[in-house]
Design a protein around this ligand. Structure first.
Ligand SMILES: C[S@@+](CC[C@H](N)C(=O)[O-])C[C@H]1O[C@@H](n2cnc3c(N)ncnc32)[C@H](O)[C@@H]1O
Length: 332
């Protein structure tokens, strides 16, 4: 038997020795995970005895974290936009800077409503939204929660990631408004494109009609075969944007544990954006909004891709570290 304070002190000392960032917080999270308690309990019960089996489990988790495994993989979750997301090694761990994508998207949509002289209460009624490279589903699900009237399409090239995203959508009760498509960027929406797997959780009877079928109310088949063009009000994406040539500079817990397909955009990192922006231009309505997360050094390569003949109101938002993190624009 050990008490809470002693176990915590030993655990955090091991993490400090292994140079784990935020070692106190990590030790607390791992202990809370093992004990199934919250932080208030932890501080209120420092003398509480913990069972030997729990202490053993705690120190086993400390050893995994000290060996470089991300805390989120050990506890299987990460908070984003105030809600908890399941994460596994198949998806990128949602990052706090990605919350700026949500903020910018909601601000831009609200501004559009204001300019159109509509009420400022934004429910997203009738909006068609796409999240490209959805991973855990964090962007799609945060938008679905904020915009209860919107229909959202979430694509990813990784079927393993989409399986996690679907579970997260179900967990947050928005699975009936998000269509999950396994495809390359927005290719699933190209008119008569080769079929792209629709792996939504919802059954055909309950699914929202597909884009382009909305007018006729045609229900969804098990595969996507036909779509309208220029149908989206908002396209958001946090694409892979790290350069392979930067791989050696990444923290081991990122490089060795997160999916390569989610990390690397190419040799330089910005290679995804040209295709994404071209496809987004083809699929956004006039006045539709594009919101892209950027890598720490990708703005100079990406901003020139938003040419004035196609895009207007181009804006850059910095993250809390002052890095240009989100690029947004409106389709002419
Ligand atoms: C940086 S992660 C972002 C995940 C999630 N949206 C987030 O913000 O945490 C990029 C995602 O894009 C997906 N991806 C990579 N290449 C893709 C492609 N060609 N088409 C669609 N998705 C792709 C990856 O599988 C990964 O889930």
């Amino acid at each position: 038997m050990s008490d809470v304070r002693t176990a915590l002190k030993q655990g955090l000392a091991q993490l400090r020795e292994a140079h784990v960032p935020s070692f106190t917080l990590v030790a607390e999270l791992l202990l809370l995970h093992v004990l199934g308690r919250d932080r208030t309990w932890l501080y209120a019960h420092p003398e509480e005895q913990i069972f030997a089996a729990d202490a053993d489990r705690f120190f086993a988790l400390i050893a995994r974290r000290a060996a470089g495994e991300p805390t989120q993989h050990i506890i299987g979750k990460q908070e984003f936009w105030g809600v908890e997301f399941e994460v596994t090694p198949d998806v990128l761990i949602p990052r706090p800077e990605t919350e700026h994508v949500i903020e910018v998207a909601l601000d831009r949509l609200a501004l559009r409503e204001l300019r159109a002289g509509r009420k400022q209460t934004l429910t997203g009624e009738g909006l068609q939204i796409a999240d490209i490279g959805t991973g855990s589903g964090c962007i799609a699900i945060a938008l679905a929660k904020e915009l209860p009237g919107a229909t959202i399409y979430a694509t990813d090239i990784s079927s393993a990631a989409l399986a996690i995203a679907r579970r997260n959508a179900a967990r947050h009760s928005v699975a009936d408004r998000i269509r999950f498509l396994e495809c390359n960027l927005l290719e699933g929406f190209i008119h008569r494109a080769p079929a792209c797997a629709d792996i939504s959780d919802v059954g055909a009877q309950h699914a929202a009609p597909l884009l382009g079928n909305a007018a006729s109310g045609t229900e969804l088949g098990s595969r996507v075969t036909e779509h309208g063009s220029r149908s989206f009000d908002l396209i958001a994406s946090n694409p892979p944007y790290i350069g392979r040539r930067e791989a050696a500079t990444l923290m081991g817990e990122v490089r060795d544990h997160e999916p390569e397909v989610a990390l690397y955009g190419g040799e330089e990192g910005y290679e995804f954006y040209a295709g994404l922006i071209t496809q987004a231009a083809a699929h956004l309505k006039p006045g539709g909004i594009l919101v892209l997360e950027l890598g720490h050094n990708t703005l100079p390569a990406v901003q020139p891709l938003l040419g004035a003949s196609t895009w207007t109101n181009v804006g850059v938002t910095n993250d809390l570290a002052g890095i240009p993190r989100v690029l947004a624009a409106e389709r002419l």
